[in-house]
Design a protein around this ligand. Structure first.
Ligand SMILES: NC(=O)c1ccc[n+]([C@@H]2O[C@H](COP(=O)([O-])OP(=O)(O)OC[C@H]3O[C@@H](n4cnc5c(N)ncnc54)[C@H](OP(=O)(O)O)[C@@H]3O)[C@@H](O)[C@H]2O)c1
Length: 291
């Protein structure tokens, strides 16, 4: 059976990819600090920033393909810890591309919509990158470094993702729901726009890209929406009574990492290949009773 190595299987997206991929692949998933078991997936603890450890898992598994999702993925953390985050976000990513080149196997990488500055959305693959924070800069460096080492890499720019909490990771949705159900006020940006997709949809897109894409591809959701409107849909679909959502502006909230206003992705290239996100309302409806 074909062997798929998924880095970051203890993360939100990696876990979702494991759930889908194990139907067709013998799946090997990595974790670092959050040990977990996933039925029918072989889990390995590895620090991907240690090249010897990374090389060792390639030797042991001899994978047929790799999906690299592991990262320090919080922009505020990266802004405050640029050197630590560079090691996993850039150096390890380039090393993984190099190993995939050596093994001559497909490689898909999870980049981000935050490679853009948010002033000219919706963004196509041909648009110029211009990140406004260190996390975005690191992803740009990883994209360039990986493609230089291995031009066959599928560099997938992921949107904001939401979905079922996993044993070791949540999406941004879970704290929203907790706050609202506790009757507390939730402040959401009315001037920040994204094209969100569920973890399951994004995982489907990555598996498709692994098979069909070399170079850049945008895997955004079907619709552009503000954080505030996303919250309103969440309340409607999850039928949260007496929810207190208040609109606010990006400028009202000080954070370590600057935030672009609108990094909505134009994903028509992926749609033409068969990537089919549902509307956000439909995606949310599929999650009721599964959080
Ligand atoms: N979530 C989003 O909305 C979003 C949007 C755009 C792009 N992305 C990108 O999509 C990918 C997945 O995001 P996510 O939200 O699933 O991330 P996540 O939940 O933060 O998971 C990150 C994963 O990386 C692993 N990791 C971190 N440092 C490591 C190291 N030194 N060695 C080995 N593994 C390490 C973590 O392992 P442990 O937890 O076991 O330490 C975890 O499995 C990332 O590349 C992220 O940048 C995410």
């Amino acid at each position: 059976m074909k062997k798929l190595l998924i880095t970051g299987a203890s993360g939100f997206l990696g876990w979702h990819i494991c759930q889908l991929a194990k139907k067709e692949w013998e799946v090997y998933g990595t974790y670092f600090s959050h040990a977990l078991e996933i039925p029918d997936v072989k889990m390995l603890k590895v620090n991907l920033t240690e090249f010897v450890e990374l090389k060792d898992i390639f030797n042991k598994i001899n994978p047929t393909a790799v999906i690299h999702t592991a990262a320090l993925s919080q922009p505020n953390f990266c802004q405050n810890h640029p050197e630590e985050s560079y090691k996993i976000n850039v150096t390890a990513s380039c090393n993984i591309a190099g190993l995939c080149a050596d093994y001559k196997i497909p490689c898909a990488f999870t980049s981000t919509d935050l490679v853009f500055n948010g002033l000219n959305a919706p963004y196509k693959e041909t648009d110029t990158v211009c990140p406004v924070n260190i996390y975005g800069e690191q992803k740009v460096q990883a994209e360039l470094g990986m493609l230089a080492r291995y031009p066959h890499t599928a560099v997938c720019r992921m949107p904001l993702m939401f979905g079922t909490g996993t044993p070791t990771a949540n999406s941004f949705m879970q704290p929203f729901i907790e706050t609202l159900k506790a009757g507390k006020e939730l402040n959401l940006f009315i001037d920040e726009f994204r094209t969100p997709a569920s973890g399951t949809t994004a995982a489907k897109g990555l598996l498709l890209a692994l098979e069909k894409v070399q170079g850049l591809i945008h895997l955004g959701g079907k619709e552009r929406i503000s954080r505030y409107d996303f919250g309103q849909l969440l309340v409607e679909v999850f039928q949260i009574s007496d929810a207190k959502i208040k609109g606010c502006y990006q400028k009202d909230v000080k954070m370590a990492a600057p935030r672009p206003a609108d990094v909505s992705l134009n994903s028509s290239k992926a749609f033409a290949l068969g990537y089919k996100p549902l509307s956000i309302k439909e995606e949310l409806a599929a999650l009721v009773n599964r959080l």
